[in-house]
Design a protein around this ligand. Sequence first.
Ligand SMILES: Cc1cc2nc3c(=O)[nH]c(=O)nc-3n(C[C@H](O)[C@H](O)[C@H](O)COP(=O)(O)OP(=O)(O)OC[C@H]3O[C@@H](n4cnc5c(N)ncnc54)[C@H](O)[C@@H]3O)c2cc1C
Length: 457
Amino acid sequence: MTITSAIEALIPVLGERLSRSKSDLDLHGASESHFANTPPDAVVYPTSTEETAEIVKICAAHDCPVIPYGTGTALEGHTLAVRGGITVDFSRMNAVIEINAEDMDCRVQPGITREALNTELRATGLFFPVDPGANASLGGMAATRASGTTAVRYGTMRDTVLGLAVVTADGRIIQTGTRARKSSAGYDMTALFVGSEGTLGLITELTLRLQGQPEAIAAGICAFDDMDAAVAAVTTTIQMGIPMARIEFVDASTAQAFSAYSGIEMPAKPHLMIEFHGSDDGVAEQSDVFAEIVADHGGSPFQWSAMAEDRTKLWAMRHNGYYAILASRPGARAVVTDVCVPISKLAQAVEETRTDIAASPIPGPILGHVGDGNFHAILLLDPDSADEKAAALDLSARMAERALRLGGTVTGEHGVGVGKMDYMTAEHGDAWAIMGDIKRAMDPKNILNPGKVVQIN
Ligand SMILES: Cc1cc2nc3c(=O)[nH]c(=O)nc-3n(C[C@H](O)[C@H](O)[C@H](O)COP(=O)(O)OP(=O)(O)OC[C@H]3O[C@@H](n4cnc5c(N)ncnc54)[C@H](O)[C@@H]3O)c2cc1C
């Protein structure tokens, strides 16, 4: 039984929807961050749950690794074919199956992207709130338990996925969850698959909770002389219970990178970007209270607007942040860190991280979804320098240790992939061994995205 024999068995089932072209293999073996290209042996494009089950059955019979793939934006080497095998690209399963406006939920195929779903929802008065910046697929977002700028208000994929259709490692099709808003019916299998990074099953349908489009949205930006003041303003805003829909922090180097990349003038200082959702009066009142908090912490006047075009410009700049930072050091690759700490420890975590990066030989702009205590340092390295790579990985390891010391986690939203495996024992202790037991029970041949999340052989 080999990968080659699995491919031979798949060809009659998939025809031209099985690709071995070099460009396809390279595309699916690539990573957005610093990992080396690690292509699969073939890429397949299923069009239904039943066909996905057929693919998995064939791969299981031939002991061939199966790597589910959404849009490939994951940052910890999640989709690298570290043991070769077949990448299952869900881009052709991208339909909205049903929208239940009265229940505020919908059922979709895994390949639809969050932006495409929101386009489909536009006329319903509803929207899908989870926003990781990248235009990721819903299957990939569920598989990484993604969140992003709006989690402070609407939660993460953990809070948003009501149920799933999943193809298991032996090719069975199972349904987890229902359209009910809560259930006590046994183990929470939906929660088990959300965040499992393709290691326990292939998600072929998702039932998602939706939100009502707010009547009014206001967004704005302000600068601070130092990072402590910005973080203190965030803490005060949270403690006062002001209902923010987004609150994003960028440090002075990130602000410089944003200015150079987007052409929007920003002083080289730490900034906060914030958004409020509600009624016209509500967002105006929240913006005014926030402006007072900013002033109390010595920030620049809070400039806000309820105009859609101003908001779009602001968030486009934020969503392009990763590419703006990469462009600030031409030719660099990035180790993207992602820690999350209790909000009371945020200022300490950010300050210690900043001091650590300043003492290192590489740049590392910091930005984050600070309302959740979640932040990233984008550690920029020369890909030809082993010393710089070692420095970046050391900084990243210290950030992870720091987050754990402060009661947090080594990844708030990006997930484990191959990049965060080394910290799993420190975060979970024996619970990581139990994750391995769950993997062995559900995928005894270890064919589903092997080498990720858990180490079982
Ligand atoms: C510029 C940029 C900004 C980002 N910002 C954020 C952010 O703010 N918040 C955040 O959470 N993430 C962020 N990310 C990371 C990334 O966008 C998320 O991890 C996203 O959820 C990945 O979705 P994807 O469709 O690209 O999945 P992929 O990268 O294709 O896959 C990710 C993982 O999910 C598995 N998978 C994919 N589809 C399925 C399926 N149907 N069934 C089972 N497993 C599947 C894969 O095997 C892999 O393990 C960012 C990435 C970039 C490049």
